[in-house]
Structures are given as C-alpha cells and as structure tokens.
Design a protein around this ligand. Sequence first.
Ligand code: V47
Ligand code: SF4
Length: 397
Amino acid sequence: MEVSENFQVLLNSPQLLPELKQIAEKVLHNQRITFDEGVLLYEKAELGYMGVLANYIRQKKHGDKTYFNRNFHIEPTNLCVYDCKFCSYSRLIKQRADGWEYTMEEMLDIVKKYDGQPVTEVHIVGGVLPQYDVPFYAELFSRIKAHRPDLHVKALTPVEYHYIFKKAKIDYATGMKLMKDAGLESMPGGGAEIFHPEIREQIAKDKCTGDQWLSIHEEWHKLGMRSNATMLYGHIEQYWHRVDHMEQLRQLQDKTHGFQTFIPLKFRNQDNQMSNVPESNVIEDLRNYAIARIYLDNFDHIKAYWAMISRTTAQLSLNFGVDDIDGTLDDTTKIYSMAGAEEQTPAMSTKELVELIKNAGRHPIERDTLYNVVTDYNDYQFTEAEKPRFYKLPVVN
Ligand code: V47
Ligand code: SF4
C-alpha cells in the first residue's frame, strides 16, 4: 500500500521520539511490535500518531469497509453464582425476586419473535446459574437450530463452559465437541476481562482463570471453529496488564488462527462494586483501539461495541483501527445499560447503522457472523419510506 501523506509527515517529524519513529517504521514494513513497544505506545504515544499508524493498518486490511451485523441477544438470566466486582448484574443475586431466569420455552419464544426478520445471529450470554447446565444448553442450541437453521448461534463464554463442564465432569475438548454437535457455531469474546491473575483475582475471583479461558478457546479452534476475544480495560489494571492480555491472545492466534475479532470493552462504573473507579476518557478509548490494531497483527478485525461507547465514539473509532461496530441489537441486551452506558435501550435499525458508517466517510457492509458479505451498502438506495436519519460527526481536523 502507498504510504499516506500523513504517515510521511509523521516519519519526517523532527519532534517524533526515536523509539516511536522505530515503531512507525515497523508498522510501515509490516513487522510485529514487541511487548515493551506495546507498553511504550500506551505510555508515550499521543492520539494523532496512533491514528496514523492504526488507520494505515486498517486501510491495508479493509480499505474503507466497515462491518456490522443484524443480531439480537438472549440473556438467559441476570443472576449469577459469581460476584465480579465490575458487573452490574452480580448484586442482583442477593435480590433474586428482582432478577429474571428464562426457561427454555421463554428463550425459544424470543427466537420465534424474529421469525421472518432478516437477522443472521443470536448472541446468547448472561449470568451463571446451576439450572443452566450441559443438557440444558445442548437442548437449547439444538432446538434453536431445528426451528431456524439459518440463524447462527453464537453463545456462552469460557466462564459458563468451564462451570458447566466441571459440573458434568467432562473435559474441555469433550464439552466443546458436545456443544458443537448440539448446534453451537461460534463463541463470543466475553469473560476475558484481564487475564493476569494480579488483576483477575481482584475483579473476577473464582470464575475461570485466564489460562482456562484461553484453553477453552483453543479446544474450540481445534474443532475448526471461530470465536472472538475481549478485554475489559480502564479500571484498576496498568498498561502492561493490557499488553500482557493482548500478548497471550496473539500467541494463541499464531497457533490456531481461530479468533476473528478483538473487542476492547470500556469499563463502565454505574451500579457495581467498582463505582469509585473513574471511567477512561474518549482519548484513552481511541488510543486503546489503536494500540489493539497495532499489537494484534494476526487478528483480522477490531470491533467497537457501539452500544457501550456511544454512536459518536463508534464513528471516531473508525479512524483508530476499528473496522466493525457490531450489530442492530434491538434492545435485547442489558449488560451495558445497567452498567451506565449512554445507550439505555440499545437498538439501531440497519438504515441507522448504514448512515452512521457513511457519515463517518466509510463503506458499510452487512456481514454474517463469519464475515461473509450479506449486503454491500455502498451504493444501496433506500426507498423514501426507509430514508435514514442523519447523525452529524463532530468536526475533527
Ligand atoms: O465478559 C460486564 C463485560 C462482557 C461490564 O463477541 C462490562 O461479539 C464494561 O463479551 N463495564 C460481555 N464491560 C459482553 C461481551 C461482548 C459484547 C459484544 C460483542 C461480543 C462479541 C462480546 O461484558 C463481560 C464483561 O467483560 N462487562 N460488566 C461493565 N461494568
Ligand atoms: Fe457473573 Fe459474568 Fe457478571 Fe461475572 S461478569 S458476575 S460471571 S454475569
């Protein structure tokens, strides 16, 4: 790819620290940056520099293409046997009467509500409770697939799988094979938080460890299947914990090539046991996306979860390495609204997502879970009745 004018200006800048110039040269020549260089970026690199590097990689991988999908969530319960300090669900276990615990039939009814609608994915994730065990989830997945074979089942994280396999006394390889045979098609990226035990033990004690999270994904990848990875950032971790987290993901990806997308999740502090911890600001959020894009050179996609970071930040993130902004959601997820996200009823129609992406100067593509193109919206003409609303980007020089 041609070196952009911005990149050239950056490389020629006399003010640029020699170590940052060296990282820029590496990015330009498609070389991997080291752990120490990752930490250095967090500590020393300013936003403009990050944008040039991350956008260079993004353009090389995807051009202006920006992906979204049409999905809905099922959150089986907001009660949980665990007590993660950042989670706005976990306090509810003490108030069982206020929570929900969907039955199998109730979850299937949610799926049926979407009959005839062009959604391509159901994303199932929620709390951990004993009644949701291996036989329950196996039956749920197989009944969803029997009802609607074209709906991709992206479900549960190693947090749930570790818990239910342990209870069933089966190992990870056996358990994941069983889930695949039942109809599971991919695994979302949740439950990763921060892998390093120094942090994990303080914020997510008792649930699966970082190593267990990675092992379950590895077993899943060995079956030829794909998954995502997340990182919950901006709380009590230090920069090197984030780099350590990404390093472990990068190493597993070198081995399996099973990850599709990395999703940095900004810590939100409302109504949880870490409400005293301030949230990261938008500059830090954009820097974090950019470093993820630079560090995870073997991940195809970096996703900004618009429901959590606001629509405007999602637009901005497209200049900092992000090429995917998740899906329509249809107000079916409560994880972030309960934690204080701007979007209290997160739902965007396809036309709204398309306009959001176009207004950011990018090329909208509806994808399925595995990134096959469903509709290319570049030249798509909406009818008068469908006319999208317009969101205005703040002016960025
Ligand atoms: O694992 C919980 C996070 C995750 C808070 O794979 C919080 O496509 C911020 O993983 N502040 C679940 N984050 C959601 C998730 C996800 C979302 C969208 C797409 C995909 C995908 C995966 O939510 C949890 C946890 O890390 N979370 N509480 C909070 N207060
Ligand atoms: Fe339970 Fe997940 Fe919340 Fe932890 S983050 S308390 S595992 S629902």
